[in-house]
Design a protein around this ligand. Sequence first.
Ligand code: C2O
Ligand code: CU
Ligand code: CU
Length: 493
Amino acid sequence: MSPTRREFLQLACAGAATAAVAATGGCSSPNCPATPTRPWTPTNRLRIPAQLKPAAGDVKQFDLRLQTGSTKFLPGKPVPTWGVNGSYLGPTLRMRTGDNVRMNVQNALPEETTVHWHGMRLPARMDGGPHQPIPTGHPWEPSWRVINDASTLWYHPHPHGTTALHVFRGVAGLIIVDDPVSENAPLPHDYGVDDIPCILQDRSIDTDGQVHFDTEPNFGQMGTDMLVNGTMNAYLPVATTKVRLRLLNASNARLYHLGLSDGRSFHLIANDSGLLPKPVELAQLSLGPAERAEIIISLSPSEKVTLRTVAGDERIDAGTFSILELRAHTDLTASPALPETLGGAGPVDVPNDARVRHFKLQGHDAINGNQMDMARIDEVVTANTVEIWEIENNVYSHNFHIHGSDFTILDKSGRPPAPYETGRKDTVHVREKSTVRVAVQFAGYTDPTQPYMYHCHILRHEDAGMMGQFVVVEPGNENSTPRHPSSSQESPR
Ligand code: C2O
Ligand code: CU
Ligand code: CU
């Protein structure tokens, strides 16, 4: 490992950190305080990721270069990071339902990785999971037709066993899918002006600007500095009476309980997989790793209000932190009133004969007695069906994600889901000692040899093996499908 990498990865709780960091926290172990390590001084204007909007044509091509760089989380203190078309994080990919898209991914990183399109419904060989590795110096060019409804999705690496580090170093970005419903709704949609991407990440950054990778044994990376789009101590000037935040939890492990500093309510308009049927008024919402929420906040002239997360009792939600200050101008342009209905899809319809599958989460590294094995297909699913997946968790917190599908939550330990998680989703928080049932709508792309993944999205758990594989097949082929995938080294063309 080069000295630069060693510095970059020095461990906050392993004695390598500076005295200042060691004394004030910077890790999530029960012995480390979960309080902010530096005062909340929102002096940095929120960075807005560039949009990538290829010209309309037969195929929209997105050029994505995975690269190394350096980033100043603290002024004047550059540190090595990874990013896409830049030094940290990546551009927001903008596409419409019905588009034919082609990704021209170039891996200029020093390690093999993958790029997964989280939440996108597409053929398994385009999915960017562990079976589609991109060696250093190589391209990968998946293409598909966008069938998702309007939604906020994201992309991130998914290499077998090293996802946590690759995401931590900075490879992640948003995907915004638009459709006629979202375009015609009277919702804020001026990107970076009243429609604001917010990629939430927690890091522990010491006084030299070094970012420490937390190896806390249960959950892994947790931090006490809150970044939004890579900006610490961030503020956002607002010039309209309503602002829409597209919140993505791109943290490795942290669970956020988000609300505003004065306790005012706001409206939720979308979950992971798209708009809700109608807005839901809330004062707080929880967002586990990989989940998204779109919210609308109303502001009065000249006021300041801060988005924050409050501490919970699950360890991955330790500490109360300010995240982003919203600063209203003295003159605000009136935004349209929120519509009564949003046009989003309702709950998944469950047929009486829906197949039920049980998944038991075990420790931090196994499901139904097995650790992830690239050479084993765990489940065979029939295309275009709805199934009930029952996720049982007798241990500590997990966040369960299913590729190639979307779902609605039926119940959590027998109770209906919270109002903030009633829409279509692809990832669900599973509290310790609880059972969650979801109704999953699978897409119609079949491939008996290339699997999709399901896994815990706490990245340390995913890397440790809390992941399984399923293939989607034509009706009637379930029993003849081989239980091992085709060679993972094949280039997906
Ligand atoms: Cu966001 Cu399988 O991942
Ligand atoms: Cu995914
Ligand atoms: Cu987990």
